[in-house]
Ligand binder design. Structure first.
Ligand code: GTP
Ligand code: MG
Length: 250
């Protein structure tokens, strides 16, 4: 079967959200004539997430699951999902309704019909917003976004987990996925030409528990070092210079 789009749902213990996410994403795609694969990438959840997905797979032929047993983490899971997707156009979206699934057709249109390489759902462009975050979370996220802008200045929300790519831009790149910011890894290393941010309203999860840990800050700093090394020491990319030129010309 040919799929227009693969929607990746990364999961770790999302039993309270997974079924509703699958049903919602499918309804939105069907309403927009998008033939989608939904690929759940699970890091061996110890709740009933996997059981629920396997049950849903019986009557949802477009639903697949990848169960990972090594190197757990959101970015490594997204990377495996991108590699194993059946479509070249790939959408990543958190499985807790923090990212609005109804925006998926907008991402798809920009990739498919407008030829963008990457589309980012941004909390920090005009019209974007975060609802119900504690102050500390807001400060940490804004600080990370600012640090991200030192490397990729023309993108305001490089750390957003709600993004879509044409995965052909990964050909020949050597990514080192770690932490929570897979989109930033792609911006720092992959062969993109046209990237677009669209505003999204990010809502705190209603059900299930956050998997965010303090270690994520450390992971992000290591990732910044890795992108700097990739661009200026290994000389495998000139994305930082290109991003600065785009920023200064905008
Ligand atoms: N496969 C996999 N998915 C993960 C892992 N950690 C988090 N996720 C998923 O990635 C998405 C984002 O994780 P969250 O815990 O919601 O992180 P967050 O949105 O920054 O935190 P909250 O605002 O508290 O929800 C969710 O769908 C999680 O289930 C992991 O180690 N492996
Ligand atoms: Mg979340």
């Amino acid at each position: 079967m040919n799929f227009d789009l693969t929607v990746i749902l990364p999961t770790f213990n999302e039993a309270e959200n997974i079924e509703k996410m699958v049903v919602t994403v499918d309804a939105i795609c069907k309403a927009h004539n998008i033939t989608e694969e939904i690929l759940v990438v699970d890091d061996s959840s110890n709740d009933s997430t996997i059981v629920i997905v396997k049950r849903l797979m019986d009557d949802h032929p477009f639903l697949h699951i990848l169960i990972r047993t090594q190197n757990p983490g959101l970015s490594p899971a997204l990377y495996d999902g991108i590699i194993n997707a059946k479509a070249d156009l790939v959408q990543c979206i958190d499985c807790d309704f923090s990212h609005p699934p109804e925006k998926i057709p907008v991402f798809y249109h920009l990739l498919k019909n407008e030829g963008y390489d990457m589309v980012i759902g941004s909390r920090y462009v005009k019209g974007g917003e975060v609802i119900n975050w504690p102050v500390l979370r807001m400060v940490l996220s804004s600080g990370a976004a600012l640090l991200g802008r030192l490397l990729i200045p023309h993108i305001k929300d490089s750390g957003s987990g709600f993004f879509a790519i044409n995965r052909n831009i990964l050909t020949g790149t050597q990514l080192s996925p770690r932490g929570f910011r897979m989109g930033f890894e792609i911006l720092g290393k992959a062969h993109w030409t046209r990237v677009q941010e669209i505003p999204i309203v990010f809502r705190d999860r209603e059900f299930g528990q956050s998997k965010l840990k303090g270690r994520i800050i450390c992971d992000f700093l290591i990732q910044c070092g890795s992108i700097l090394h990739y661009n200026f020491i290994a000389m495998k990319s000139n994305n930082i210079i290109r991003a600065w030129k785009l920023f200064l010309n905008s």
